[in-house]
Design a protein around this ligand. Sequence first.
Ligand code: PLP
Length: 422
Amino acid sequence: MTYLDGVSGGAMVTSLGQGIDSIIDAAAAQSREVSFLYSQQFTSPQQEALAEKLTELAPPGFGRAHFVAGGAEANEAALRVARAYHVERGAPERWRMISPAQAYHGPTMSTLALTGRPSMQRPFEPYLESHPHIPPATWRFDPTGEQSLEALDHALAEVGPETVAAFVCEPVSAAALPGYSPPTLFWEGLDARRREHGFLVVLDEVVTGIGRTGAWFAALDLPLVPDVITVAKGLGAGYVPIGAMICSDAVYEAFAQGSRAFELGHTWGGAPVQCAVALAVLEELERRGLVEHVAERGPRLRDELAEALAGSAMVREVRGRGFLLGIDYVDPRDGESMLDPALGVARMIDDEALARGLIVYSTQPTADGFACDQTLIAPTFVSTEEDLAELVERMAATVRAVEARVAAANGATAPSAAGGAR
Ligand code: PLP
């Protein structure tokens, strides 16, 4: 069987698809010349060019980039820079990070501490800082964002705002809450509190960066300018492991006028072969107008998916931006409650989709009740019209099959249109 890749290599990485000659050629040419140099000691034309290109595409005022080998490393670099920024400015008491409870920032100890998901954290609790978390502003709990802001105020008051180094979040969530983005009110409130209390805003754009949401950076579409941005997956597009931490000139100035040092010497950060490949990725995206394509095609894809799933009482919400979409499932009997986790709906969806030749990524409900069964859909930017139509059709057939299994398990027939996709 051939499979339709609905999640860009399974992890929202291969945004350009497989086997792109210009990228393969760039890797080969650079490997023949100089594949590796330790960037703590040497820079390279490829690293310089990539830093220049990336900061040109980033929001205005983001003039510095530090390269690493992946998403968690990029977030580690962001945490370091956020903490060191305050130390440089004579505020060593600022170290805490506040983040939404439903998030994923990587599997390393300090990035794992930024999620509030106990099932992921439990075995490693002794190693994890207990940073405060706030609830997400989802349709279920807080559609306006007011309660999240109240929770932020509460967290700031509890730990003391003078101890907070940064607020860290994804602009549009990936695996933890597929396609979710806080409402405008939340972003505006976050901005006001950042100004009042002096903490930084770090945006994890490991998934959203480099076109996934229909902009080079999702930050460009937010009503707030962050201080630090991280990117990774789409930058190497599956051809090399690479990530970057990009910071605003104001953040950089704290170092330039302070110790002039920022230590984070991962061996593979900024190696010439990775940078040459990332440059080829950006060139390919630009040459083919693929970011603009995602911006134009994404909303229609979301609408097509919502329409195809509209008859399902198990689908509560189809959301997302660009080619980063999510589906929320609820109990079809009331269109509201979470499905019983014992049913294993997320696993059923992935299995039924695979049986129809479609790869998607679904997640189980979380014990804190912030996330229900959900599916993430993030196709490659080069998906053809036929691919996208197939994706929608196979996903609708998948949901129908799972809904029938859920109805059988519930011992009842699922109601048809009532409480469908919203
Ligand atoms: N941040 C987000 C939003 C992610 O989705 C991921 C991985 O899925 C990471 C960070 C970690 O990236 P990596 O697996 O490259 O370390």
